[in-house]
Design a protein around this ligand. Sequence first.
Ligand code: UD1
Length: 359
Amino acid sequence: MAKRIIHIVGNRPQFIKLSLLHRSLSESAQQQIIHTGQHFSDNMSAVFFREFDIPVPDHQLQIHSLPHGEMIGHMLIELDRILALERPDAVIVYGDTNTTLAGSLAAKKRNIPLMHIEAGIRTGEEDMPEESNRYLSDRLADLNFACTYLGVENLLKEGMPAEKIHNTGDLMLDAALLFSQRAKENSTYVSTLVPAGQPFVLATIHRAENTDNPEALAAILRALHHIHSDIPVIFPLHPRTRQVIDAQGMELKLITTPPLGYLDMLTLVQAAGYVVTDSGGLSREAFFFQKPSVIVMRQMFWPEMSKHGPSLAASADTNAILTTFRALQGPTRSFDTRVFGDGHAAEKISRLILNYLHG
Ligand code: UD1
């Protein structure tokens, strides 16, 4: 009998990964989607469901804009109620957000097998909200799917049994390969922002460690303005970053846009010369398309990108970002994108989940 699987999502990057796995499982499982509502604006949520043709969620919660503990608590109550009602054979959670942790706890407390996508990332920074979300979700999961060998190594080091861990490659690479041509055909979008053929830098900043501290954000913006005086910087603005910039009355003279859909973002990253970001997703897309990048983080989520290519971390300090950016402008090392798999992560993950459930 077809197994019943529930995907729990709530954040922008999770919708992209969901779309690939949902498609790949569609012939062999009955699937439902729960959207927690953590991301709720049209340009942070609905646009992805349209672009990827994802079915309308079966359960749509509206839990967002709350302190982390409260957000996770509200999600847990609602998810527990739905899981008790639906009684699926497995729950799939993605990444390291508050939605991921709430989904993991809800599944575990109902003894439902839990599958964690993008497992095994560690920065060692316990004060980062994502670090505890990912650590706890990994521990609770029955199967952990890592995007690279390093995720597997991290989990083995922590004593996790090897049979719970699989290196499947990265669903974001599947998506980038699948949509890169369509995104290129969309390339007129770039000329609405900079003259055609003009080299530019694509930058995004949204992570709490960089936005919750206005001094850190001001230092990053100073570096971006400096770069912009040389090479134009296109800066799609996450709502959190917009809120802090507005509240602090910070100067912003970059080429800004609202949050963009996946295709526009993929178009921009393919056309960009360089990327400056604190996004785990965009930094990987830059790597896939061989764009030298500054990752504005104290510790990179994906140190494999420095080991297997010229992506460099810099702290939220104007000089550190500028020095790192200049280092990228000379000859750089080549990129070995195979570290993130072969673009068939969805098939591998689906097969492993189905084997587990039917085993
Ligand atoms: C969350 C994740 C982060 C992930 C990111 C992807 C956690 C702890 N963090 O961060 O790991 O990289 O998603 O984008 O879960 N907002 C809107 N409209 C929206 C969504 C958010 O205005 O559609 C506002 C919220 O009200 C809030 C702010 O943006 O004030 C930040 O949203 P939040 O849910 O806290 O997390 P992200 O910063 O997006």
